[in-house]
Structure formats: structure tokens, C-alpha cells
Design a protein around this ligand. Structure first.
Ligand code: PRX
Length: 631
């Protein structure tokens, strides 16, 4: 039985059911999966502790719902189409049968190296099919994967390895991105100096550059799979066993490991994938994200493959070798559903319509966006020039913590409105609250976005620190999951996401904690104090603006700014490098010593007309100095 919704009235009906009879609703959806043992209870939850259990008592293995499920019915269907960085290089198509074999073989290779159920395995790899194979192989044997975006620095990688006490790293020699070839193994080597738990590193050969292989620890991928069987029985997992950990930034300095579990995540990613993108068998679907982010987990790997979809994996970047690359790939594989980030759309928009107009994009049926608010101009450009006015645009709102898409149009079913994520998916119960936690009912209201009922794909904890999970998401408002986003519900009941209301900024669709960037800046020996805020950036959505107090002795300001930038790159990665750094002699502080970020944000935005009352500051005179030196 298909759980695809086909009409608006169908959506409304399903939505009502999901709210009034959530257990019956999710039980019906879950029935289409293969469970080794059926659940005893659909959901048990309280948002106080929090404790959330879906499909309680059920046993399963998510990979059986991808591999065995499609092996006999569509074994020859392409599961993954891989497009390499260089357009002329050989691409790769992996059928469901081949995927079955490769996943099992690699699962056996990991087992041979002592990996067993519950062990944590770090995946630090470029966008090659082996990254997806590695994730699924972990899931096959019950190991918990934690994918770390291969652009993160060795320090960031080491922190994550240490936090989850991982036993193995899966990586590559190097990584091609656009015109660049980036060392990857060398970064792992650097990270491992700061960690103690890694027993083995399996290295996939991608760029062929020379790397050091530490005897007894490091092993080439091709050697690891040599002689391994392509049959590996699937580990029996409890629905609530951990599937993966994914680190994400929050308002404190340290990234947290969001934990997703097997049963609920499986049900939710497949259901949301099929309905939002309206995937038909035979369609080719392409999400341009990296597997290092939640979008890559849920909508390159798990959701599409659970649905038996053909999913495109792209190694390169949108502007290499030119700004028409995305459209070349769409044309080459006759992509039907295309899913990207507003920042990519804005970057390509800057090249005009020629690169789009020159390609045949007639295969496209659905366009999607994710990761940040999409401005109306970019929405219209996408809709008119890429979709030729005939493809619905699904603006999908969700988070690492939600596991899957929460608020979004269903393609071709929900009438869209530019820059609105529109309506919640069945099973999702958003509420808008004011600062005191009072629910703002009815339409035409604005406030903080919360959820009042659990959904199967939601996070269960933050790894090794449940208190942190509680405090971050469940303590702000009683009995609600707090998203950290501001939202408006308009006169039609449509949701428009307004952006983060906490100290998290969204740079090119990537979450960055201001405290995390400040900590990195403060590592520079000449920095005394810093404050980081976001500001509107034409392409990135938000840029990073850093105010720093530093000791300029023996250095020019320019030198120091460059050094600070490098420090941030070393500690977090290039994505966290500030766009602007302003050297200041002080920061505006309240009498209790708290930095007045509101003022810094206004100055960074270039809006100094109304800074509010600054007379209560400890050092009001600093405001004029900062204003005068603003970048
Ligand atoms: O602020 C929201 C923004 O991205 C945040 C979640 O970031 P992350 O966990 O990295 O996941 C990104 C991909 C799912 C949210 O709190 N965000 C995500 N999608 C949208 C969005 N803001 C507006 N519109 C969206 N469609």
C-alpha cells in the first residue's frame, strides 16, 4: 500500500487523522516496512525528561528495508548515480543489487576489523558512493555512524571523535572539489594525534596522492574488502537503538551530537521523502547537499533509498567548471526532482540566466530548497528560470534534530507562496508561542516555533549529555520541543520561517554557533576578547561579523585579521571564517558585564539609526567608536 498523498483534500484528511489518531496514523504508515518483530506500542513519550520512544519493542534493520526490500523487485534499477567532480571523468551507476553486495561486503570488512553493534564509526569522506555505502554498512551491523563534513578541520574532527569515543575512521586519501584537490587523510592523521580511541582507519583511494599509512592502524579500502563475502546478515536492532550521531552547532561553544534511532527515523524519512517530492518509480532525484549534513543523511541516502528511488550523488561544486554545472547534470541524467539550498540559487543567480537557458531542463518536475529562508527574488528566479514556471517549489523547513522535513508544501498539491514553507506534514503539530510560552492561537500571529507532539524522526538525546538535550530543546517551554526559530503564521494559516532567535547563525545554510566562532577566535594569542554576530549577506544569507579586542603589538591590523581568520579555519574549518573582522578597543557591556549583542548586530547590519538606549551601558562611549570603524 502506498502512503502517497495525491490531492489537497487528501492532505487535509491525512493531517486531521494524524492529529486526532496519531497511533493509528503512524501504525498504518509503519505497516509498509519490514519489521523483524512488530511493535508493542506506537509511541510513548514525555517532553519533561525528555523520553521519546516510537515503535516500542519492535525489531528491525533499516538496511533490509533498502536492500532486501528492493533486491528482487528492482535489483537492476539504479540506486545511486554518481557524478564526479570533473565533468569528463567516468561516472558510476550502482544498482540496488550492486548496492546490496557492496554494503554487505564493506560491512564484513568492518566486522573483520572488530567493529560490532553499538561501536561508533566516524565517516570523514568526500561525496563518493562509498560514503553512502559506509553509512549503510554501519547500519547493517548495528554500528553507529557519525559523518563529519570533510571540510571540518583536524581539531573539529578530533573533538567529535573524542566526544563519541569512536573506534574507527573511514576516510579517503584526498578530495576533489572544483579546481582544488584537498588532502583528507592528512587531516585525519593530525586529528588522531589528539585522540586515543581509534583502532583502525580505512582509506578510500580517490585522488591518488601520496599519503602516509600507519602500519597496523591504516588500511586501504580495496584491501579491506578483498575476499569479503557479499552476504552479511543484518543485525537485529531495537527500534530505539541508535542509528547515527550527527554533530551540529548550538548556542554554546561545543557542537552537540544529535542522536537518531533506527525505527522512527526510517519511517519518517521515507514517508516525508515520498510525499514532499512526490517521487514516482522511474524518476531520477537529485539532492545537491553533502552527506556530512542532515540533508545528505535523510534525503540523499536514507529517505530516497528506502523509497526505492534513484538518487544522484554529486562530488563537485555548482560553479565548476562553470556556472552551468548543475544544469548540465540535470540534463545528463534527466533529473526529475532537484533539491538544493537558497545560497546555491543566489550564487547562480549572479551569473544571469544564460547558463540556465542554454541547457535542456525539461525533465524537471519538482524543485526544492532547504537550509535557510529563501528570499522572494531567489524563489522567483528558481521558479521561473530553472522550473520554467511549471515546477512547484517546495520550501522545506526542518533541522538536524527533526530528522526529516517538518513544514513544507507537498509538490504540486499544496498551493505555494514565495518564501513560505506553507503547512506542516501529517503528524507534525507546530505551535507558536510568545516569550512567556503562551500559545498564540489562530492566524496572523508571530512568535517562536515549537512542537507540541512528538514525531517518529525527532532526536532522542544529545550523545553523552542528556541534560543538554533537555535544556536546549525541552526546558525553554513546558511540554514543548523548541526549535530555536522565529515564525509567522499568516492569514491563510501558512508558515513563514523568520530565522533563528538564538545565538545561532545560518551561513550558506550551515549552522554556526556564535560562541563556537568566538572560542576559535579567542585561541589566537593576541586576542583578548571577541563577539560574533550574523549580518545579512547577499549570497550566504547570513555572514559572520566578528568584533575583536586585541593586542596589536608588533603587528599591523591587516596581518592580525588574516591570522585570526586562519585560526578559525584551523580550529573549525573554512566554513566558519568570519566575513568581516573589526578590531575594536572595547565591546558594549551592561553593568553586569554582559555584551550587548543587539547593538553589535545593528551595527553589523549597517542600521545605526536606532540603537536604542545606550546610556545604561558600562561604556557607552564605545558605541561611537565601533560605529565609526564598521566594515
Ligand atoms: O533556522 C532554520 C534553518 O536551518 C536551521 C536548521 O539547520 P540544520 O540543523 O543545519 O539543518 C539544515 C537542513 C535541514 C533551522 O533551525 N532552516 C532550515 N530549513 C529552512 C530554514 N529556514 C527557513 N526556511 C527553511 N526552509
Amino acid at each position: 500500500m502506498s502512503d502517497r498523498i495525491h490531492t489537497l483534500s487528501g492532505y487535509i484528511h491525512e493531517y486531521q487523522r494524524s492529529v486526532h489518531q496519531p497511533e493509528q496514523f503512524w501504525s498504518r504508515i509503519a505497516d509498509s516496512f519490514h519489521w523483524k518483530k512488530r511493535w508493542e506500542k506506537i509511541v510513548e513519550w514525555n517532553f519533561e525528561e525528555p523520553k521519546i520512544e516510537w515503535f516500542k519493542g519492535a525489531k528491525l534493520n533499516i538496511t533490509e528495508n533498502i536492500l532486501e526490500k528492493h533486491l528482487f523487485t528492482m535489483g537492476d534499477k539504479p540506486a545511486i548515480i554518481w557524478e564526479p567532480n570533473e565533468p569528463g571523468d567516468e561516472n558510476q551507476t550502482i544498482t540496488f543489487r550492486q548496492l546490496y553486495e557492496k554494503v554487505n561486503q564493506f560491512a564484513n570488512a568492518m566486522k573483520a576489523k572488530g567493529i560490532k553493534k553499538g561501536d561508533r564509526v566516524i565517516i570523514y569522506m568526500p561525496m563518493v558512493p562509498e560514503a553512502a555505502i559506509a553509512m549503510l554498512a554501519c547500519a547493517r551491523i548495528g554500528a553507529v555512524h557519525s559523518v563529519v563534513f570533510a571540510g571540518f578541520s583536524s581539531n573539529a574532527l578530533a573533538d567529535r571523535i573524542n566526544d563519541c569515543q569512536a573506534k574507527m575512521v573511514l576516510t579517503s586519501d584526498g578530495n576533489f572539489r572544483g579546481a582544488k584537490s584537498i588532502p583528507v587523510k592528512a587531516v585525519v592523521d593530525e586529528a588522531l594525534v589528539k585522540t586515543k580511541t581509534i583502532e583502525n582507519v580505512i582509506v578510500f583511494k580517490r585522488t591518488g596522492e601520496g599519503v602516509e599509512m600507519k602500519a597496523g592502524r591504516d588500511i586501504w579500502w580495496e584491501d579491506a574488502i578483498k575476499g569479503q563475502s557479499t552476504e552479511c546478515s543484518a543485525e537485529v536492532m531495537d527500534a530505539e537503538d541508535m542509528l547515527f550521531i550527527l554533530y551540529t552547532s548550538g548556542s554554546t561553544g561545543k557542537p552537540k551530537g544529535v542522536v537518531h534511532t533506527c525505527g522512527g527515523y526510517m519511517v519518517y524519512t521515507k514517508y516525508s521523502f515520498e510525499n514532499v517530492f512526490q517521487y514516482d518509480q522511474g524518476d531520477v532525484y537529485w539532492c545537491t547537499a553533502d552527506v556530512g549534513w542532515i540533508t545528505g543523511h535523510s534525503y540523499i541516502v536514507y529517505g530516497p533509498l528506502l523509497a526505492g528511488a534513484t538518487t544522484v550523488m554529486f562530488e563537485g561544486v555548482p560553479t565548476y567548471p562553470d556556472a552551468g554545472r548543475f544544469w548540465d547534470v540535470v540534463d545528463k541524467y534527466k533529473v526529475n526532482q532537484f533539491y538544493t539550498a537558497p545560497t546555491a540559487i543566489r550564487a547562480l543567480q549572479a551569473y544571469g540566466t544564460e547558463p540556465v537557458d542554454k541547457r535542456d531542463l525539461s525533465s524537471l518536475k519538482v524543485l526544492g530548497t532547504v537550509g535557510e529562508p529563501i528570499n522572494e527574488e531567489a524563489w522567483h528566479w528558481y521558479h521561473s528560470h530553472v522550473g520554467k514556471g511549471k515546477c512547484p517549489v517546495v520550501d522545506t523547513w526542518w533541522q538536524t534534530e527533526t530528522g526529516g522535513i517538518m513544514i513544507s508544501p507537498l509538490a504540486g498539491i499544496t498551493p505555494t507562496k514565495p518564501s513560505y514553507a506553507t503547512l506542516p506534514l501529517p503528524g507534525i503539530q507546530p505551535v507558536i508561542v510568545d516569550a512567556d510560552g503562551n500559545e498564540l492561537k489562530g492566524n496572523s500571529v508571530e512568535g517562536n516555533l515549537c512542537m507540541k507532539f512528538p514525531w517518529p524522526g525527532m532526536l532522542r538525546t544529545t550523545y553523552g549529555d542528556h541534560e543538554r538535550c533537555k535544556n536546549t530543546y525541552f526546558a525553554t517551554y513546558k511540554n514543548m520541543y523548541f526549535t530555536g526559530d522565529g515564525v509567522k503564521r499568516d492569514e491563510d494559516g501558512y508558515y513563514r520561517i523568520l530565522g533563528r532567535v538564538d545565538d545561532v547563525i545560518n551561513v550558506s545554510g550551515h549552522r554556526m554557533g556564535t560562541a563556537e566562532v568566538e572560542n576559535a577566535i579567542n585561541e589566537h594569542p593576541k586576542v583578548i576578547e571577541s563577539a560574533v554576530v550574523g549580518y545579512p549577506h547577499e549570497v550566504k544569507g547570513q555572514g559572520i561579523y566578528a568584533y575583536v579586542i586585541c593586542d596589536l603589538e608588533n603587528r599591523t591590523e591587516e596581518n592580525l585579521i588574516n591570522e585570526i581568520s586562519e585560526t578559525v579555519r584551523n580550529i573549525i574549518g573554512a566554513i566558519a571564517k568570519p566575513d568581516k573582522i573589526q578590531v575594536v578597543s572595547g565591546l558594549p557591556k551592561t553593568r553586569s558585564g554582559k555584551i550587548m549583542r543587539r547593538i553589535l548586530r545593528k551595527i553589523a547590519e549597517g542600521d545605526t539609526s536606532n540603537l536604542g538606549d545606550t546610556s545604561t551601558l558600562l561604556n557607552p562611549e564605545i558605541v561611537d567608536e565601533i560605529k565609526a570603524g564598521a566594515k
